[in-house]
Ligand binder design. Structure first.
Ligand SMILES: Cc1cc2nc3c(=O)[nH]c(=O)nc-3n(C[C@H](O)[C@H](O)[C@H](O)COP(=O)(O)O)c2cc1C
Length: 348
């Protein structure tokens, strides 16, 4: 593969746009190494926070792949689950990640620390630990979908732009010189305002969007799949993420980096997220289903897609977002709806 795939998050150059997102596959050093060996430009290591309840929840985690018709199917592209956080003491985990990051830097790649928000003070303290460990990238997830279902205080969402700006400003002050990426929720329609608040408070990039909360009734047991509500994502989410990327690009301007996540399973999906404004893409569910080889496959697919079209990845970023028009700008065509209704509607 060539320069066709290179990208950058601001001044932070990456050899390609595929990042292994935070989650169970990268909860061990071996998993992180495997993601890098598969070709990922970087890894967001499994998140921690300051609350033992968040880590304890990992022992109550459960996972189900679902087909597009919502039936459990190990080959399904949708993932429905409840997860928890890494049961590690943050300073010790970050020391291990920093060693991996130093190794990754030799090939222009990275390993990042990640925190799922519980409270502002804890986030600031743990961000400082990531910096002290010598890590270069810190991802602050303020939108984990499990907040409402987790034990009280274990996980929080920050969906208020003013409060987010205060939090990001404090975390920024604790992480001088580091890349600070803020991962936003999928459970708010306020993403452009949240992206702008994070950017103005000093974030280097915003990642969007977190998965959605769902309940999946099972027709055989007549009970919910996994017995609870859970976080839900799949290829169906990708166009929704694209819309929020495009809207956020307009809100923060094309110079501020956005990363996409939620629903990417193929190289074509990554290209679509880039066209909507993503400078890089975090993928996880497809790694849980197919193994780390999914990262290699996505990279090869993307490279082939770009080669066929004579494009570079960088040339994709924001192209569809910038071509997006408003409804009022569309030409009028009388009764176009007639082609989209059953014949009975037109009988009279
Ligand atoms: C089982 C599971 C665990 C996850 N754990 C975390 C986490 O600890 N921290 C985090 O920021 N995101 C976490 N995520 C979100 C993923 O990093 C990713 O953003 C999301 O799954 C959407 O991308 P995908 O469709 O490629 O899976 C998790 C997702 C799943 C499915």
């Amino acid at each position: 593969m060539t320069d066709r795939l290179v990208t950058a998050i601001g001044a932070f150059a990456l050899p390609n746009p595929i990042i292994c997102g935070s989650g169970e596959p990268v909860i061990t050093e071996a998993g992180i190494r495997a993601a890098l060996a598969a070709g990922a430009a970087g890894v967001i290591a499994k998140s921690v926070n300051e609350r033992p309840e968040g880590a304890a929840q990992l022992d109550r985690a459960a996972y189900a792949f679902l087909a597009a018709d919502h039936r459990a199917d190990p080959d399904g592209a949708d993932l429905f689950c409840r997860s928890g956080l890494a049961p590690y003491e943050p300073a010790a985990w970050f020391a291990r990640l920093a060693a991996l990051d130093t190794e990754a830097a030799a090939t222009s790649r990275f390993v990042a620390a990640s925190l799922v928000l519980a409270g502002h003070d804890g986030a600031v303290r743990i961000a400082g630990l990531a910096r002290a460990a010598g890590l270069r990238v810190f991802e602050l997830n303020v939108g984990a979908p499990h907040a409402a279902e987790a034990a009280a205080g274990a996980i929080a969402q920050e969906n208020d732009p003013a409060a987010l700006a205060i939090l990001v400003g404090r975390v920024r002050a604790a992480t001088p010189g580091m890349q600070l990426w803020v991962k936003l929720t999928g459970l708010s329609a306020n993403l452009p305002a949240l992206a702008r608040a994070a950017a103005e408070a000093g974030a280097d990039a915003v990642v969007m969007m977190g998965r959605f909360m769902a309940l999946v009734p099972d027709l055989d047991t007549l009970a919910p799949v996994l017995g609870t509500a859970g976080a839900y994502g799949g290829p169906w989410a990708l166009p929704i993420v694209c819309r929020f990327l495009a809207d956020s690009r307009r809100a923060v301007g094309p110079g501020f980096p956005l990363l996409g996540t939620n629903g990417a399973r193929t190289g074509a999906d990554v290209a679509r997220l880039a066209l909507a404004g993503a400078s890089a893409v975090e993928v996880l569910s497809v790694v849980m289903r197919d193994g780390f080889g999914a990262l290699t496959r996505i990279l090869a697919d993307l490279d082939a897609l770009l080669t066929t079209r004579g494009l570079t990845f960088a040339a994709l970023i924001g192209r569809a977002a910038d071509a997006q028009q408003g409804y009022a700008a569309q030409s009028r065509v009388t009764a176009r709806w007639r082609a989209f209704v059953p014949p009975e509607t037109l009988a009279e």
